[in-house]
Structures are given as structure tokens and as C-alpha cells.
Write a protein that binds this ligand. Structure first.
Ligand SMILES: [Zn+2]
Length: 390
């Protein structure tokens, strides 16, 4: 894999400007900055060439692949028993689900422009984030089931943290990939109808799916590309995952993670991913992040899940690689997708965080629906009480 630039290096962004880290250098450092930028062009080819939608690797048949190439998947000896266990568990109600608090959306609507920076876990990989006077959602799913059909498939354990009709106006949405628990067309159509101005950022070859349903305000992005929304930079970045919605469309649509960077806050959304070297590259180039939302569930059986889903310890290591000051756990306790009991991910995430040197205040596992202030991670009980933590 690519070598990692040194920490003290000012990191050029794809748009040609430099990140906050560069401001520590005086004016006399400009020639050195240019030399280092040129050096980075050589050592970080996947990032440093500016917007180029052809950069994500493809297999010989034209389908997308991962940075590590085509990864070997578990055989039927692992997958068939797994799917049988899934069917058997459909009728069980698991214990140890995350708590949920009532949230009528009033504070979030009020805050949409006043903008105390906040993050709210809506459930699964859906985060509602407010920063720089904008509100955005990650992988929004309000559906009852994460499934191609409404009558079967994983059913959510809790209602979403905020009802769709109670949401503040949504400026934009980022989507990680086309799996049903991350790209929920019904929700995207509802969001688009509610506010035609809402912009949807999707990885390459996913826009058609939305457009077919009448969602036209869509922008496709490849790894390394950057879009802008007001003062926010929206970076489309790699993950190690896969895609498929139908029988014959495997790997035809790209998957991604996203960094949303503002003058005051820096947020990273890992989407759905296995642990991979790319986190260190992203951290070196765009870190540090105030908070990274990392998936901590759907990791068992390891023989099947490891290449595409991190376990909690890997999620913590990803946070370290990303240079994230705090981590918020997601992708657990909402849909039953895997073998581990829902009580395990938060317990293991906390203990792995401790081992890796994150203290209690840096590992966030809020109840569904609870609004946290950024960058402290403290619950926002009352706008007056939260005191503008930004
Ligand atoms: Zn997925």
C-alpha cells in the first residue's frame, strides 16, 4: 500500500488549498510547501491528482473493486449456515438493544440556522449533523425494513430517532453505497419531495437509481472528488466494501466514505467498511477529525464479514488511523444483520477505545435520538444550557 506522509506535513486538498494544519507554517515556508506538495503527488497518487472520476480501481470486466483488489469471499460452508441462522432469528427479539430518547425535532429545527454544531444518531448508519449553518444526513433510512420488499427482511427494532416529518430542512445527504440498509429509496424520495432543494451526493453509478424515482438533485462523485455546499467541503473517499441491489449488478455501483469539512468542524462518515489501509491515508491527508462515525456492528461470523465489516476493535483502530479525536459508534442495534448479540458492539467498542487511549469522553454511544453537541459530544439538553460549545 501507499506510504503515509509525515504528520507535520501540510496536506494539500484536492481543490488545491491547504488544510488548517498548514496555517502553522510561516510565509517563508511556501517553497517548502510546494516541494512537499510535489512529493505528495508522487507518494499519494490516489489522492493527490485532483478530481478524477476514473481513480477508483476497476476489475477487468469494468466493475469496481477495492484498493486491495478483488477480495476472497467466504464460501457456502460459511454463508449457507449463516443465512439459515438469519431466518431462524427473524422471530426472536434480541436483548441489549441501545436505548432511545424521544426527540420531537423542535430543537433541531430551531438550531438549523442558529447552528450550535450537533450530531444525532437516528439509527443504523443514519446521522443527522448540523455544522456551519447547514444540516445534513448520512445514509438516511426511515423504512421499517432494510429490504427490497416491504413484507420481509430485517425489521428495525426502534422507530427512527426523529420522525421524518419532524426533521429540520435538510441541505444535503451523503450516501455510502447501494445496500438496502444504506440506500433507502423510499426515504430519499420522501426527503426530496419534502424539500426539492435537498442535494444528494452519491458514489459513481448510483444516481440512476435515484433519478428513476424522480429524485433529480443528485451528484455522483468518485473517490478523491470534492464538492462544496456553502462553507462545507464534501469529500468522497474510499472504503473497503462492495455493492449489489439486484441479481446481476454486483460491484457496478461504487461505494464510499465521506469527509465533511468546515472552517470550525471536521466530520468523517465511514459508511460500511472493512478495516483497510485507506484510513491512514485519509487521516494523513484530511485529519484530524473532530469526530468520526464508524460502523461497529454486523461483524460476525468473522470468516464471512471481516473483509467488508469492521469489528469494534478495528473501528477504534480506524479512528486512530483517521486521527479522529472522538468516535461515534453506528451500524448496530437497529437491524439484526449478523450473528453477534446487539449488546456486544457498544461494550467491545468502549473497551477497545480504552485500550487504544481514547478516554470515556471520546467514545460516543448516545441513545438513538439524543442530540450531542460538537465537538464535545455532550448531550444538548437545552439550547441555552449547551452554551455554544463550538
Ligand atoms: Zn453494505
Amino acid at each position: 500500500m501507499r506510504s503515509k506522509p509525515k504528520r507535520s506535513t501540510p496536506i494539500p486538498t484536492a481543490s488545491g488549498s491547504t488544510t488548517a494544519g498548514a496555517t502553522v507554517l510561516g510565509r517563508s515556508a511556501a517553497p517548502r510547501t510546494i516541494a512537499l506538495a510535489l512529493l505528495l503527488l508522487l507518494v499519494v497518487p490516489a489522492f493527490a491528482q485532483g478530481p478524477d472520476p476514473t481513480r477508483q480501481p476497476r476489475s477487468d470486466d469494468g466493475r469496481f473493486t477495492n484498493l486491495a483488489g478483488d477480495l476472497e469471499r467466504a464460501g457456502p460452508g460459511v454463508t449457507v449456515p449463516f443465512f439459515l441462522r438469519r431466518i431462524a432469528k427473524t422471530f426472536a427479539t434480541p436483548e441489549g438493544l441501545p436505548p432511545r430518547v424521544e426527540n420531537d425535532g423542535a430543537f433541531l429545527r430551531e438550531n438549523a440556522r442558529a447552528s450550535i454544531p450537533t450530531i444525532t444518531w437516528i439509527g443504523h448508519a443514519t446521522m443527522l449533523v448540523q455544522m456551519e449553518h447547514q444540516t445534513f444526513l448520512t445514509d438516511p433510512i426511515w423504512a421499517e425494513r432494510a429490504s427490497p420488499v416491504p413484507f420481509a427482511g430485517p425489521k428495525r427494532f426502534h422507530p427512527p430517532g426523529v420522525a421524518l416529518e419532524d426533521l429540520p430542512p435538510i441541505d444535503f445527504v451523503v450516501i455510502s453505497h447501494n445496500h438496502y440498509d444504506h440506500l433507502d429509496l423510499e426515504t430519499l424520495v420522501a426527503l426530496s419531495r419534502r424539500n426539492p432543494g435537498t442535494k444528494f451526493y452519491v458514489p459513481l453509478e448510483n444516481a440512476g437509481l435515484l433519478r428513476e424515482e424522480g429524485v433529480s438533485n443528485v451528484e455522483e462523485m468518485g473517490w478523491g472528488q470534492v464538492a462544496h455546499s456553502g462553507d462545507l467541503e464534501i469529500h468522497c473517499l474510499p472504503t473497503q466494501h462492495w455493492s449489489r441491489r439486484g441479481l446481476f449488478d454486483g460491484m457496478k455501483a461504487l461505494w464510499a466514505s465521506w469527509a465533511i469539512l468546515g472552517p470550525s468542524e471536521r466530520f468523517y462518515f465511514a459508511g460500511d467498511t472493512g478495516y483497510f489501509d485507506g484510513f491512514a491515508d485519509i487521516g494523513a491527508r484530511l485529519g484530524p477529525f473532530d469526530v468520526a462515525a464508524v460502523p461497529i456492528g454486523a461483524y460476525r461470523p468473522r470468516a464471512m464479514m471481516k473483509i467488508f465489516h469492521m469489528d469494534p476493535a478495528e473501528a477504534v483502530q480506524a479512528g486512530r488511523d483517521l486521527e479522529a479525536r472522538a468516535l461515534i459508534g453506528m451500524h448496530y442495534g437497529t437491524f439484526d444483520l449478523s450473528d453477534e448479540p446487539p449488546s456486544d458492539p457498544p461494550l467491545l467498542f468502549r473497551s477497545a477505545g480504552r485500550v487504544a487511549g481514547y478516554d470515556e469522553s471520546q467514545i460516543w454511544l448516545p441513545p438513538i435520538g439524543q442530540v450531542l453537541a460538537l465537538p464535545t459530544g455532550k448531550p444538548v439538553l437545552d439550547p441555552a444550557e449547551s452554551g455554544g460549545s463550538g
